[in-house]
Design a protein around this ligand. Structure first.
Ligand code: ADP
Length: 350
């Protein structure tokens, strides 16, 4: 956009006019406060000339400043064009008049935010496709096994009394595994899509924990694992979603049973703290190496894939636990030592 001061001729004319005005003003001042002495006219002319030069210099500086602002403005326009075309390598220097500096700063901030959003989206996309690959892999294993046993039975094993029942039993076990896996998958997708509705109520913690332990005692007995559950008789009310917390505790105790050798011990209880309780599930089982501790809450992450599968694990239990505990504004903690055992714990509000 052109400005009238961009023309050199106009600038000279304006500066000369300023000189004439200064001359006239000085004459006027001289007639009101008469000055005498030799060279007065020369003095007035010289002052007017200097005034003209000053006015000209001032206009030159003004124009140079305007040109610089125009250059910065053009740079911003060019940067915005590049951004709208998808180029996020743009970085504007934050200089010039204050408004331009603000525009450049905001543009840089927008570019920074866009870059962050894009890298988040890319990460989500990577996680999504990794998850899909994992799901397909996990589903394939039991489906192939079921297919294999049924095919062998069809091919004649059905008439062999030595193997027919065993193959049927194995096919059945894999179908149970498939069902567990699908249930966990449905659960995690409901949680992650935000469909899980929480219902927070006060409930009696000791009684609640006792009921869960009773449900799992049978499973522990099969491995001669003792579940030690030291809970007070008196009522202690905590705030949470009972059914979701049942899922959490069942999962943690079930894991402790799964990953503890026969004859081991699992302790379940809580510590009464001020305003909160720390619920824990401890075992003297296999323990988890330090390098795995940060990852066991990821979907499908297992320390020992074969052991997890052989004990009916889906690799999704702890991911579900983490989501539920976080929905309670709390955090699941784990302490573990390889070969010694593990402790999982979390805080609940009283
Ligand atoms: P899984 O269905 O395989 O048990 P989880 O998400 O419940 O999946 O647990 C993830 C992994 O963490 C398990 O495969 C196992 O390696 C490890 N893990 C969980 N709980 C324990 C525990 N109490 N002791 C030892 N390892 C455990």
């Amino acid at each position: 956009m052109n400005h009238f001061l961009d023309s050199y001729k106009i600038r000279i004319t304006v500066a000369a006019a300023a000189g004439v005005v200064i001359y006239l003003v000085l004459l006027l001042v001289g007639s009101i406060f008469p000055l005498t002495g030799p060279g007065l006219t020369l003095h007035l002319l010289l002052t007017a000339f200097v005034g003209t030069m000053l006015a000209f210099g001032f206009l030159e500086v003004l124009v140079a400043f305007r040109k610089r602002q125009t250059k910065i403005l053009n740079m911003i326009v060019d940067a915005l064009r590049r951004i709208s075309a998808g180029d996020l390598s743009v970085q504007l220097p934050e200089t010039g008049a204050i408004e331009l500096r603000q525009v450049s700063k905001l543009t840089n901030q927008i570019v920074g935010n866009l870059k962050q959003d894009i890298s988040k989206l890319e990460k989500l996309e990577r996680v999504r496709s990794e998850f899909l690959a994992n799901v397909s892999h996990e589903l394939r294993t039991p489906i192939f096994s079921i297919q294999g046993f049924i095919e062998t039975l069809i091919d004649g094993a059905i008439d062999d009394p030595k193997v027919n029942r065993e193959f049927l039993q194995k096919a059945y076990e894999h179908s149970v595994r498939l069902n567990t896996l699908l249930n966990d998958l449905i659960e995690i997708s409901r949680i992650e899509s935000g469909e899980m509705r929480m219902s927070f109520r006060y409930f009696n913690l000791p009684e609640f924990m006792r009921s869960i332990v009773e449900e799992l005692e049978h499973k522990a007995e099969k491995k001669s694992i003792q579940i030690v559950c030291q809970l007070p008789e008196r009522e202690i009310l905590v705030l949470g979603d009972r059914e979701r917390l049942r899922q959490v505790l069942s999962n943690l105790i079930d894991n402790s049973i799964k990953y503890t050798d026969d004859g081991g011990k699992v302790e379940v209880g809580f510590t009464d703290l001020q305003g909160t309780v720390r619920v824990y599930v401890r075992d003297n089982g296999s323990g988890i190496g330090e390098e795995h501790l940060g990852r066991i809450f990821e979907r499908f992450y297992r320390v020992d894939k074969d052991r997890s599968r052989s004990v009916g694990g889906t690799g999704l239990g702890l991911a579900i636990v983490k989501h539920i505990i976080e929905a309670h504004n709390s955090r699941i903690e784990v302490r573990s030592e390889l070969g010694k055992g593990s402790e999982f714990s979390f805080l609940l509000k009283k």
